[in-house]
Write a protein of this length. Structure first.
Length: 190
C-alpha cells in the first residue's frame, strides 16, 4: 500500500516537473519572439486604431493610425494628416498588442526622404513641428522646395498663402533629425 503511494507521489512529481519545463520553454519562446518585434511591426498591427502620439518636444497628436512605414507613421486627425518620424516620439498611447511584419522589400526601403520628396513634388502646404522646441519657432509653415539625403529645404510662407517667390519670407534648411512632425494644411495631403 505504501509503495503505491510512493510511486504515485513520484509520478505526480515527474508530471509536475514536465509541466513546469514545458511552461518554462513556452515562456522563453514567447520572450525570444517578443524581442524580435520592432516598433514598426507593433505600429503596423495597430493600423486603423485610434492612438495618441506624444512627441519629445511635448506636442501630442491623436487620431487614426493610417500608415506605419520604415521610418515614420501617418496619423489621420479630423481635418489633417500628420507624418511623424519614429525618432521624434517620446511615447505612444493606444497601441494594440498585435504586431505585423513588413513583407514587401520595396516598402522596407522607402524612407522619410521618399515621403518628403512626394510632398515637395505636390507643393503641399505644410506645418512643420521641430523636435526641440523654442518658444518662438517650434512650428514653421510653408512648402518643401527640395529634399536631400538627410535634410530638406522649406520655403516659409504665411499660413494660407501659396508658394510664390514674392510670398517666401525665408528658406529654412531642416535636418531630418530636427523634424518632429509634418502636418498637412488640408485633409488628404499626405
Amino acid at each position: 500500500m505504501r509503495w503505491d503511494a510512493l510511486f504515485g507521489d513520484m509520478e505526480a512529481q515527474f508530471a509536475e516537473g514536465d509541466r513546469l519545463a514545458v511552461e518554462a520553454e513556452i515562456s522563453e519562446r514567447a520572450r525570444v519572439e517578443t524581442a524580435s518585434v520592432t516598433l514598426a511591426d507593433r505600429l503596423r498591427g495597430s493600423v486603423s486604431s485610434q492612438i495618441a502620439v506624444h512627441l519629445l518636444c511635448g506636442r501630442t497628436f491623436a487620431g487614426t493610425l493610417t500608415h506605419a512605414g520604415a521610418e515614420a507613421l501617418v496619423l489621420s486627425e479630423e481635418r489633417h494628416q500628420v507624418l511623424i518620424p519614429y525618432g521624434a516620439v517620446a511615447r505612444y498611447a493606444g497601441l494594440g498588442r498585435v504586431s505585423v511584419a513588413e513583407t514587401s522589400q520595396v516598402r522596407r526601403r522607402i524612407g522619410l526622404s521618399s515621403a518628403l520628396r512626394g510632398l515637395g513634388r505636390d507643393r503641399a502646404g505644410l506645418e512643420v513641428t521641430l523636435r526641440s522646441v523654442t518658444e518662438r519657432e517650434c512650428t514653421l509653415t510653408g512648402v518643401i522646395d527640395r529634399v536631400g539625403s538627410d535634410f530638406f529645404d522649406m520655403a516659409l510662407v504665411s499660413p494660407g498663402e501659396v508658394r510664390r517667390a514674392s510670398q517666401v519670407r525665408q528658406v529654412a534648411t531642416i535636418p531630418f533629425q530636427a523634424l518632429g512632425a509634418i502636418r498637412s494644411r488640408t485633409a488628404g495631403d499626405l
